[in-house]
Design a protein around this ligand. Structure first.
Ligand SMILES: Nc1ncnc2c1ncn2[C@@H]1O[C@H](COP(=O)(O)OP(=O)(O)OP(=O)(O)O)[C@@H](O)[C@H]1O
Length: 284
């Protein structure tokens, strides 16, 4: 079990903010960390990794990583860290990037095999695609068999197809190694697929904590469907107003009234909901 009770003063865009997190994570859990930009997600991961100072305590099993008098150095914490920007050594081959962490060739080869990278092991990272580089980062993070795997939006630079593929690989490695994983993600489908628990941060504090279904499903009340999106434009066609909203990877057109056309602002976040139709679903 991981017990976290930390505090740190942050200088946010709107002044000073207290990052104050009290949290217990069960061994082997997959936790998604979500919340608005600037809410403290990356800082929390960096504190757990020992890359940033904070007051409070961090205990993992019976090992103390942080308390009043002591802070275990980052390199002594059994963690794996995967960043959005890969952070690979470009002058080392794929295999050497892994062996740099831990000289266990058998483990490195088996990780490369599991993630379909075996053929690429002698290549330099800058000759690989984004998805391949992120797989290498993932393998590298697993090289010291981490007790805690920390991932900061690891898939956000990848296209949707590659994301889905890597989500599966992340899940396989998480289970295979029995690690506890904390991943920052903004993508509800990714969170739903991977995590058992979602923690939402807002201004440095936990504002919700529960299962992805409880936290992410927005169809409370009598609404059947509800999506969040960004209002991109309002166009007038004859006498009707049409709002163009981006929802995920798609653009959607919605007829709106004159009053709505006046009160809504381009660029605003909006929610689209309906209860009047019976949706159809078919495989693509
Ligand atoms: N070492 C630090 N000392 C003081 N303030 C900091 C420090 N590191 C980050 N901050 C501030 O704390 C706030 C939270 O930053 P953080 O990167 O943790 O947010 P985030 O939730 O990860 O955001 P995003 O989703 O945009 O990555 C920011 O306003 C940042 O400027």
């Amino acid at each position: 079990m991981i017990k976290i009770a930390i505090n740190k003063k942050l200088h946010g865009a709107d002044g000073q903010m207290d990052l104050s997190v009290n949290l217990t994570v069960e061994d082997g859990d997959f936790v998604a960390l979500a919340g608005q930009s600037g809410s403290g997600k990356t800082t929390l991961l960096r504190i757990l990794a020992g890359l940033e100072e904070a007051s409070g305590t961090i205990q993992i099993g019976d090992e103390i990583w942080l308390d009043k008098k002591f802070c275990l150095p980052s390199q002594k914490r059994k963690i794996g860290f995967v960043f959005q920007d890969y952070a690979l050594f470009n002058n080392m081959s794929v295999l050497d990037n892994l062996l740099y962490v831990h000289k266990d060739k058998r483990l490195a080869e088996s990780l490369l095999e599991m993630t379909e990278l075996a053929e690429l092991k002698t290549r330099l990272p800058n000759t690989l695609s984004g998805g391949q580089k992120q797989r290498v980062s993932l393998c590298r993070a697993m090289m010291n068999k981490p007790k805690l795997l920390l991932m900061d939006e690891p898939l956000s630079a990848l296209d949707p197809e590659m994301r889905t593929k890597l989500q599966q690989e992340i899940l396989t490695l998480h289970k295979e190694f029995g690690t506890t994983t904390i991943m920052v993600s903004h993508d509800p489908s990714e969170i739903y697929r991977l995590a058992q628990r979602v923690i939402m941060l807002n201004f440095g504090e936990i504002v919700s904590d529960g299962s992805p279904k409880d936290i992410l499903l927005k169809t409370s009340g009598s609404q059947k469907f509800s999506f969040e999106g960004e209002l991109l434009d309002i166009v007038k066609v004859d006498v009707i107003n049409i709002a163009i909203v981006s929802v995920g990877q798609q653009l959607v057109e919605v007829v709106i009234s004159d009053d709505e056309a006046h009160s809504l602002k381009i660029g605003q976040s909006v929610s689209l909901s309906t209860k009047a139709f019976s949706p159809m679903i078919r495989g693509l």
